[in-house]
Structures are given as C-alpha cells and as structure tokens.
Design a protein. Structure first.
Length: 137
C-alpha cells in the first residue's frame, strides 16, 4: 500500500552567524538549515537520532544540488519545506524549498541524495523494503 511520502516544515530566523559582513546569508548557513529539516524528516521515516545511535545506521548525504534564487538577509524568518522525493534500492532523494516568510519568495531549492551506511565500517546498506512498499507508487 502506497501512502503519502513524508514531508514537513521547519522554521529558522537568520542570525548574525548565518551572514557575511553585508548581512546576506552565506551558503553554509543554508545547508545547516536544510540539515535541520532533513534530520527531522529522517525521524518521520523511522530514523530519529536515538535510533540511529542505537543501530549505528545513518543516512549519509552523497550528493547535494542547490539553486540560490534570492538572498536571505539578517533577521529574515525562513520556512524550510522538506519531503521524501524518490526511493531506489540503495539511495533516496529529499527535496527542499526555503521560503522567506514575510513575502513568500522562494529563496533556495535543493535536492540531496542519501544512502544508509552502517558505522563505523562505512558499509552501504539497502534501504528498508518497507520504505518501497509504503512510499513508492
């Protein structure tokens, strides 16, 4: 049975440490905000922080595609929308949009490919069969 793929929103305020000397958000800060959203999305998929620590199986980013459309600035509130986008046997993709809350402008779009890896060996794992059954049409 295919059910709706996991998705969620997080919210972040642009802080001083997120910006350069001109008050514009630098690229690393966008990735940090995406990381927060993706970590919470992983929890919806059954991989919360405690379960990952217990099983020592982690979703590892293997590719990031990011498009910067407009800059965020100091003091902006951003909504980060994340969703499970694609699933295969060995990797999955998550997609993200970052939107300035004040005007609804899309500032950044991104996709990340991830693989499950057993640590500390660094051994790639197949994705759980239940994911494909649950979230692939």
């Amino acid at each position: 049975m295919c059910s709706a793929r996991p998705q969620l929103e997080t919210r972040e305020e642009v802080m001083f440490f997120d910006t350069d000397c001109g008050g514009v958000v630098h690229n690393l800060a966008y990735l940090r905000m995406i990381e927060t959203c993706r970590t919470r999305l992983a929890a919806l998929m059954g991989m919360n922080l405690r379960s990952m620590a217990a099983t020592r199986e982690y979703p590892v980013v293997i590719r990031t595609e990011i498009d910067y459309k407009r800059p965020a600035q100091l003091g902006d509130w951003l909504v980060i929308r994340g969703r499970l986008d694609e699933i295969s046997r060995a990797r999955f993709w998550c997609a993200f949009e970052m939107i300035r809350e004040a005007d609804g402008q899309i500032l950044v779009t991104a996709r990340q490919a991830l693989a499950l890896v057993a640590m500390p060996q660094g051994k790639p794992l197949r994705l759980p069969a239940a994911w494909t059954q649950q979230w692939n049409p």
